[in-house]
Design a protein. Structure first.
Length: 359
């Protein structure tokens, strides 16, 4: 499977509607991806097989959770992406309405064109995702804006949070330039396009601790995105972070980053809070594999974008509703009563029939 031929829903229709350049940007192919190379994030999840259990006498099944006082109907979230109105005239609003109906959290990029207040009016469980770069004061101002709009949490992207120098944009396409061309502002910008920030930010744990302290005064939990090393997970916990998103930012900056699926088991040993996985989630089976590896939440992005571009709200509803049904069915066949019972014993690799070790 080539990354360019990724099995995304409605891929053909989305490609036709978006055009080749924007579609390739959505795929996010980095410049150092060898020709014909498959999506490493998706491949890392697909190397595992689920091991069902039978005759367990289960009478009920819970696939939901209640983190941070919220109610999530499934371990699934829609992830953030830039330039929402480039992909659909109503931007994120159709996705927000679907997530509200289905009880799923929605993560919103600061590079979103639709105003945050409008999105939060459609959905009561939105999280604003910001780039951890530039002055801390900017982040705190946007954090306050998120709280005032009714957002339920904040996500800070630590790894490669801004698009690098020209020629290295995902798919060779600049979403910032496209937004300037259309004259569109974003949540995090004061003029058309995306807010200019250093391509290589110089933040330390001190700046993160400052943001976390302010977020606590606004009663907003903070999830940090882009953690792939267990020692970074430990540092995040030390400064008070309650949630991590294990992510290589969709391999958009480089194809050589380690994958979240590879790192989840070891990070789980070094972090006691909520763990989310971002990258390569394509099916309900992927969500179960992620749970077995240590994730509490799987973040879905590219499949939702293609569904939105091709079929709008109806296609997004069918996609996410179908995934919830698949998660429910597979969990039932695994013989569990609660999805949090899943662990490495329910996994086997493609190469053999032995479960993945917790060690």
């Amino acid at each position: 499977m080539k990354m360019s031929d990724s099995p995304l829903p409605h891929a053909i229709e989305a490609r036709e509607r978006l055009g080749e350049a924007l579609y390739r940007y959505m795929l996010g192919q980095p410049k150092d991806l060898p020709p014909g190379e498959e999506d490493a994030n998706a491949a890392a999840l697909q190397q595992f097989r689920l091991v069902p259990r039978v005759m367990r006498g289960g009478q009920s099944l819970n696939i939901g959770s209640q983190p941070f006082g919220r109610r999530w109907s499934a371990p699934l979230a829609v992830g953030a992406f830039a330039g929402d109105k480039v992909f659909h005239p109503q931007g994120l609003l159709p996705i927000a309405r679907v997530c509200q109906r289905l009880g799923l959290p929605l993560f919103i990029s600061e590079e979103t064109v639709t105003p945050l207040a409008e999105i939060c009016a459609e959905h009561d469980d939105c999280w604003l995702q910001l780039r951890a770069a530039g002055p801390v004061e900017r982040i705190i101002a946007l954090l306050d804006h998120a709280a005032d709009c009714g957002a339920q949490g904040l996500i800070l992207t630590l790894l490669a949070p801004v698009h690098p120098v020209k020629g290295l944009q995902p798919g060779g396409f600049s979403i910032g330039d496209e937004l300037v061309r259309r004259g569109w502002k974003t949540i995090g910008s004061t003029a058309a396009g995306v807010h200019p920030l250093p391509a290589f930010p110089a933040w330390s744990w001190r700046e993160l601790a400052e943001v976390l302290a302010h977020a606590k005064t606004r009663h907003l939990p903070v999830m940090v995105k882009g953690v792939l090393h267990p020692l970074d997970a430990e540092e995040a916990q030390k400064v008070g972070c309650e949630a991590l998103m294990v992510s290589n930012i969709g391999l958009r900056q480089s194809a050589r980053w380690v994958t979240p699926a590879q790192q989840l088991p070891v990070i789980r040993q070094h972090f006691n809070g909520l763990l989310a996985i971002d990258g390569g989630i394509r099916s309900g089976a992927d969500v179960l594999v992620a749970q077995c590896l240590g994730a509490h939440l799987s973040v879905l992005v590219r499949p939702v974008i293609t569904a939105l571009a091709a079929g709008g709200e109806q296609a997004v509803d069918a996609l996410l509703g179908g995934l919830i049904n698949e998660i429910t069915a597979l969990s039932s066949w695994c013989g569990i009563n609660d999805i949090n019972e899943l662990n490495a014993e329910f996994l086997a690799s493609r190469a053999n029939s032995f479960g993945v070790s917790d060690e």
